[in-house]
Design a protein around this ligand. Structure first.
Ligand code: A3P
Length: 315
C-alpha cells in the first residue's frame, strides 16, 4: 500500500491512544492494515495450511496452544511412561510463536516474506475479518478455525489487555466508560466485533468442512467434546481419552501462565510481558465491572446484530 497517501484518505478515530483507520467497514491500526493488504496481495495458501481466525481477546491464545499441540505427533499422544514434556514446544515458546500472525508478525516487516522454510502443515493466525482474508485462503482447501466469545467478556478482556499495553508505554489507562462506548460503536482494532463474528459464522454455515466455528464458553463447559470435534475437523482425531486430557492439561491456562517463558518473556510485537495474555479466563467476568445500563446496552446490540443468524451465547 502507498500507505501514507491512502491512510490520509481514510476516516480515522482514536482508540486507546492510537489511530484506527476505517477500511471497508472494519477498523485497523495503520501497520496492521498495510500488513493485511500485503498478505492479501502476496500470501499463497497451501491446501494443508491451518488458519486460526478471531477477533481480539476471544480465547485465541488457548487455540494457539491447542492447534499446534493437536498437530504435533511428539506431544499429542501420551507416552507409556507419561514423560514427554521435554518435547513440548510450549515449554520454550509463547503460543504466538507456534502460530505466527499474518498481519502482526509475518507481513509487517516485509510485504512479501519468504515462507518457504516453514514446515508443513503451516499454522497461521489472523485477526482480519473474513472479507479481508487473502483470496487463496478463502478458495483453497486450507482449513480455518474461528474462535469467538461472549461480547461482554470479550470487551472486559480487551479493556484489561489494551490498558496493560498502553500503561507499559507510559500512557494513562483509558476509562472503562469511554472504551465501552467505543466498543459498542464498533470502534476497536479489527472491529466491529459483531460484524467480524457474523462474517465467519455465515461462511462456516455454508462451508462447515472449511471453517470450524468455536465459542470460548463451549470450550470451558465441555472441553473434551470440543477438543475432539476440533481434532476431527483438523483430521487428527484422538483415540484415547487420556490423550485428550493430556492435551487439555498442556494447554490449560493454569499451566501456561506458570511456565517460565510466559511469566518472564516479552512480546516483541507489543513490548509487553507475555503474562498479560493469561488473566482470569472465566465466563461472566463482566459481572464484576458492568453496570446494569452497560449490560442492557451491549446485550441489545448483540441481539439486534445476531437476530436471524442462528448465532447466540446462551450461557
Ligand atoms: P480474560 O482476560 O477474560 O482472562 P486472546 O487469547 O484472544 O487474547 O484472549 C485472552 C483471553 O483468553 C483472556 O481472558 C485469557 O485469560 C484467556 N486465556 C488465555 N489462555 C487461555 C487458556 N489456555 N485457557 C483458557 N483461557 C485462556
Amino acid at each position: 500500500m502507498e500507505s501514507s497517501f491512502l491512510l490520509d484518505q481514510l476516516p480515522k478515530e482514536t482508540w486507546f491512544g492510537s489511530d484506527l483507520y476505517n477500511w471497508d467497514g472494519f477498523r485497523y491500526r495503520s501497520h496492521h492494515l498495510s500488513a493485511a493488504m500485503a498478505a492479501s496481495s502476496y500470501f499463497k495458501a497451501n491446501d494443508s495450511d491451518v488458519f486460526l481466525a478471531s477477533s481480539m481477546k476471544t480465547g485465541t491464545t488457548w487455540l494457539k496452544a491447542l492447534i499446534p499441540t493437536i498437530m504435533n505427533p511428539d506431544v499429542r499422544i501420551t507416552n507409556d511412561d507419561g514423560d514427554d514434556d521435554d518435547d513440548d514446544p510450549l515449554l520454550k515458546h509463547h503460543p504466538n510463536v507456534l502460530m505466527p500472525s499474518l498481519e502482526v508478525q509475518l507481513f509487517m516487516a516485509n510485504p512479501n516474506p519468504d515462507l518457504s522454510g516453514m514446515s508443513s502443515p503451516r499454522l497461521f493466525r489472523t485477526h482480519v475479518p473474513f472479507p479481508m482474508l487473502p483470496e487463496s485462503v478463502k478458495n483453497s482447501a486450507c482449513k480455518i478455525v474461528y474462535i469467538t466469545r461472549e461480547p461482554k467478556d470479550t470487551f472486559m478482556s480487551l479493556w484489561h489487555f489494551m490498558n496493560s499495553a498502553i500503561t507499559a508505554r507510559g500512557i494513562d489507562p483509558w476509562p472503562i466508560d469511554e472504551a465501552f462506548g467505543s466498543f459498542c460503536r464498533g470502534i476497536h482494532a479489527f472491529g466491529p466485533f459483531h460484524d467480524h463474528v457474523l462474517g465467519y459464522w455465515k461462511e462456516s454455515r455454508k462451508r462447515p468442512e472449511k471453517i470450524h466455528f468455536m465459542r470460548y464458553e463451549d470450550m470451558k463447559k465441555e472441553p473434551r467434546e470440543e477438543l475432539q470435534k476440533l481434532a476431527c475437523f483438523l483430521g487428527k482425531p484422538f483415540e484415547r481419552d487420556e490423550d485428550v486430557d493430556k492435551v487439555l492439561w498442556r494447554c490449560s491456562l493454569e499451566r501456561l501462565k506458570n511456565l517460565e517463558v510466559n511469566r518472564h518473556g516479552v512480546d516483541p510485537s507489543l513490548g509487553i510481558g507475555y503474562e498479560h495474555y493469561f488473566r482470569r479466563g472465566i465466563v461472566g467476568d463482566w459481572k464484576s465491572y458492568f453496570t446494569d445500563e452497560m449490560q442492557q446496552k451491549l446485550d441489545l446490540i448483540t441481539a439486534m446484530k445476531f437476530e436471524g443468524s442462528g448465532l447466540g451465547f446462551g450461557h
